[in-house]
Design a protein around this ligand. Structure first.
Ligand code: 4NP
Length: 157
């Protein structure tokens, strides 16, 4: 079993979107028995909250239901459980590296490493912007999800 944790700031926009997009891809490829998926935030502002309604709406238009997800904060135990701890942006990555036990830091990576065809290195925070921000988040996440699944398949073999 490979375990993947997507991480953003609030766990209500980007990381639940990544969880939903990646889960759909894993289901479509028949790999649910091999990959476990979760998401969390580096901050506690939205613990216990469902994903932002704008993120849910944008995802729903692409066939992804995120209505059952609830925000949670990253905790130290996560660094021992998840194989891939994937930060949406530089700030999330910095906070994860600060929190991580030194011997587990190697698990922390930037999600867009898996979308080398894109010039962006961060999934931008859409919280204070308009609807196009959420579409851009989905586009980036779809590209990186395909690359991530390919990487996991290499390690499962
Ligand atoms: P996320 O977006 O990190 O993608 O979930 C945000 C959600 C909430 C806030 C900022 C970003 N906030 O400041 O409350």
């Amino acid at each position: 079993m490979i375990k993947v944790l997507f991480v953003c700031l609030g766990n209500i926009c980007r990381s639940p979107t990544a969880e939903g997009v990646f889960r759909k891809l894993v289901e479509e490829r028949g790999m649910v028995d091999y990959i476990e998926i979760d998401s969390a935030g580096t901050h506690a502002y939205h613990v216990g909250s469902p994903p932002d309604s704008r993120a849910q709406e944008a995802a729903r238009r692409r066939g992804i239901d995120m209505s059952g997800l609830l925000g949670r904060r990253v905790d130290e135990g996560d660094f021992y459980v998840f194989d891939y701890i994937l930060a949406m942006d530089e700030s999330n990555e910095y906070h994860l590296r600060e929190m991580a036990p030194p011997e587990e830091i190697y698990r922390v990576r930037r999600f867009l490493e898996f979308a080398p065809e894109r010039s962006e290195r961060e999934v931008p925070d859409p919280y204070y912007g308009g609807a196009t921000g959420f579409e851009n988040v989905l586009d980036l996440i779809e590209d990186a999800s395909a690359g991530l699944l390919a990487d996991i398949k290499l390690h499962l073999k």
